[in-house]
Design a protein around this ligand. Structure first.
Ligand SMILES: [Zn+2]
Ligand SMILES: [Zn+2]
Length: 188
């Protein structure tokens, strides 16, 4: 099942974020949890290095970097072998699957969000979840309808701030915030 998302960093020029597409399982219990584990286990609490690898070094984005069959994330060396491998490839599940390396070799593509402003290519209709990496934590944004009855377009809004220094949050709770009318407090 594809739940599409973005792995992002704050936009240095203005408010909002920019980042890369992530195709599969991008909801908090999937990609959100995996990013928390990657920060602690794989990138040794270095958010700058993590963003360098996940956002800058794979400019076409990701099919999937959630490691299957194990609660442990991919290791640092595994990202050296990142690339796209089809289902018929015996190493299909062995390494992170990106669209720029390996069999796909797609060109760079940035998702830039300035919601709720004008259309910026962040695709709130199909990018359901976005994770914005900072040195202190990870902002979680979701796409929602600010006023469905008035026919307003979908926009991204922040629903949580995951503090790197606090215990792992309840990802179910984060996921449920997508349907909350108001999220007055981003902390968990
Ligand atoms: Zn790549
Ligand atoms: Zn947006």
């Amino acid at each position: 099942m594809s739940t599409r998302g973005a792995i992002a960093v704050p936009n240095p020029h203005r408010k909002g974020w920019w980042g890369r597409y992530h195709h599969f399982d991008s909801y908090p219990m999937g990609l959100g949890q995996e990013l928390f584990r990657l920060y602690h286990d794989t990138f040794d609490r270095d958010a700058t290095l993590m963003a360098q690898v996940l956002v800058h070094e794979h400019p076409a984005g990701w099919s999937n970097l959630v490691r299957p069959y194990t609660p442990r994330p991919f290791e640092r060396e595994d990202f050296e072998h990142a690339g796209f491998r089809g289902l018929g490839d015996p190493e299909h599940d062995a390494y992170p699957l990106c669209y720029c390396h390996g069999a796909r070799k797609e060109s760079a593509h940035a998702l830039t969000c300035a919601c709720p402003g004008g259309p910026e290519g962040c695709g709130p209709v199909f990018i359901e979840w976005a994770y914005v990496l900072t040195v202190t934590g990870m902002f979680v944004a979701t796409s929602w309808h600010p006023n469905a009855e008035a026919g307003r377009a979908l926009v991204h809004r922040l629903v949580a701030l995951v503090d790197w220094d606090r215990p792992e949050p309840d990802w179910v709770q984060v996921q449920h915030r997508a349907r909350a009318v108001n999220v007055p407090d981003l902390t968990l």
